[in-house]
Design a binder for this molecule. Sequence first.
Ligand SMILES: *[C@@H]1O[C@H](CO)[C@@H](O)[C@H](O)[C@H]1NC(C)=O
Ligand SMILES: *[C@@H]1O[C@H](CO)[C@@H](O)[C@H](O)[C@H]1NC(C)=O
Ligand SMILES: *[C@@H]1O[C@H](CO)[C@@H](O)[C@H](O)[C@H]1NC(C)=O
Ligand SMILES: *[C@@H]1O[C@H](CO)[C@@H](O)[C@H](O)[C@H]1NC(C)=O
Length: 388
Amino acid sequence: MPRLLSLLPLFILSLANITLASNSCIAFDISWNLLAFGFSGKDYNAGTQDTWTSSGNPTDITTQGRPPFDGANTTCYLSQFTNAIYVLGADSAKPSSIYIYDATAKSWSTQDVSTDAGIDPTNFAAILDHDTNVFYAYSKGELFSLDMELLKAASSSSKSWNDVQKLAFDTDGYKPVMALAQNHIHFLGVPGLPDGSAQIFVIHFSFLQPEPQSYGNFPNTHGQVTSLFQEQGVQQEFAFIPDDGSATYVINVETNTTQTLKGPTVKDPFASYFASVDSIVQLSSSGSVAYLSYNVNSSSANSAATWNVISKLPVASTTSTGSTGNGSSSTGSSNSGSSNIGSSGSPTSTGNAQSSSTGSSNSALSIQSQGLFMAAMLLIIVVVSQST
Ligand SMILES: *[C@@H]1O[C@H](CO)[C@@H](O)[C@H](O)[C@H]1NC(C)=O
Ligand SMILES: *[C@@H]1O[C@H](CO)[C@@H](O)[C@H](O)[C@H]1NC(C)=O
Ligand SMILES: *[C@@H]1O[C@H](CO)[C@@H](O)[C@H](O)[C@H]1NC(C)=O
Ligand SMILES: *[C@@H]1O[C@H](CO)[C@@H](O)[C@H](O)[C@H]1NC(C)=O
């Protein structure tokens, strides 16, 4: 009981601080260091895969100019040519601004972006094309583009989303799942497509292929996607995790084949994913981070691989202080004992997630996430109280 009582203030503090993990995002730099942004008011570099389950601490890279990470649907993208991370939706006061993290200089800047062409900055899914460094975003049945040139710091002039075209497939009620490989946008889960197929938009010709392309075996349903990078050159594979988390599909657009790998331990339709050359990483809506090791040359190694928690990172929860600084709350409050959440706290919501290429979450998640966190904290308290 004494230990139970000592946990209670922690519990209350945690409830006051938590909003939702979808304010956070994960990304890789070009040396495949895992970057974690907006984790309890801090940003971290967790290093490369070989160090994630070691006892070391991540490097605190929190610095000035970062966004407040208080947006409901924060997404991150790696610009491989510039080693910059583009962060969208991380500032509720400036929803259309793009924050740029220069991973070489370790500095932030803010790009002013116009949405006059009609994109809804609170409702879209996007990919960043590898070769052109142009964003393509789906918003309400329409495709938009935004040329990031080779920016690793914001331009002094404003940039604009441009209207590309209305997509010529049935977009009525379509929740976009946009995957990038070989400079083609692969729309998955399009109503009426056969299983294992994608509707392809060819970026360089601004052309929607009329016939779907078949890639093998995966369900034609909503889920999350992330492209697997190559050391150099355009991505040729992407991972698709359906909302039920039943499997991780890796689709190769050169061979037109699909590998079926283990689904994440945390089944979470609101999770987001980011892949490097050798890892597929999940950030769950409760803030836990886990990965599946991936070998581009070995499907047998891939099918044997299991998901593991990245214990080096704290569980993400964001502070609701509204400040853009480093946050005054203790990160300890959200870390303590909460590594249990990742393995035991699988959300089982059947709600429909909005999607984006790197994952985004619905605002309803706030409630779900808090409920989940409370449940996990109660579980910890029960376990602790029973063991004392
Ligand atoms: C977050 O995404 C959901 C679903 O697309 C949307 O309804 C909501 O308006 C978004 N919120 C913000 C602040 O972008
Ligand atoms: C993959 O499919 C495309 C389109 O049908 C085809 O052009 C290409 O040759 C196929 N690749 C392989 C390796 O079969
Ligand atoms: C995969 O194979 C290619 C070609 O043989 C090789 O260059 C690359 O290093 C291999 N990658 C891994 C992770 O084994
Ligand atoms: C955040 O912390 C870092 C290192 O402690 C410091 O250099 C930076 O100025 C702080 N940023 C803000 C906005 O307070």
